[in-house]
Design a protein around this ligand. Sequence first.
Ligand SMILES: N[C@@H](CCC(=O)N[C@@H](CS)C(=O)NCC(=O)O)C(=O)O
Length: 201
Amino acid sequence: MQLVGRTLSPFVRRVAVTLSVYGMPFESLPLSTVSDGDAIRGYNPVGRVPSLILDGGEVLIDSSAIIDHLDEVAGAAALTPRAGAERRQVLRTVQLALGATEKSVAAYYEGQRRPEGLTWPEGLANLEAQAAAGYAALEAMLTGDFLCLGRLTQADVTALFGHDFVARVMPGLIEGRFPRLTALSARLNADPRIAATAFKG
Ligand SMILES: N[C@@H](CCC(=O)N[C@@H](CS)C(=O)NCC(=O)O)C(=O)O
């Protein structure tokens, strides 16, 4: 399998961590959305990463759809329970983490990627507040070692990539505010399967 995109992208890293935890070997194609748009559109016409190229050549797009496939292959080892209340709890938490991450990415673009003079301070403040509210909700849930079910689930993996992306590009948004999330990130990053997927650029 080949994973398209750099693990600087929280969505790419989420897939990379899932593959790594499942022990599924993959090759990284670290294409950048900034400089490799044409190549990325060859896999996903919308021009987004990640895409996952399966061994037979089939191309999957969008991190959640890719992870859905990986869960099917992983069977009982899947990081999202297959059914019932446990599945609903994990999926709700994953969506909280995804929402916070999407708002973080939007805040990064609004605050740091727009041409000089074309930023919208109120819009940026609103995006940052939405992201922070998501991280605060996750922080409140973190009363033990993991977010859900007392074990590693897709909720932890998804929260990890959001936290680490913000810590890298907008540290002021989370620094000192979410100590339990920061500790979770440190614990997970100490796992060699997870550390192996960290962005090294
Ligand atoms: N819902 C998608 C979001 C993917 C996404 O937005 N990826 C960003 C990188 S962080 C991207 O490709 N941005 C380039 C663009 O949208 O033009 C997923 O979960 O895979």
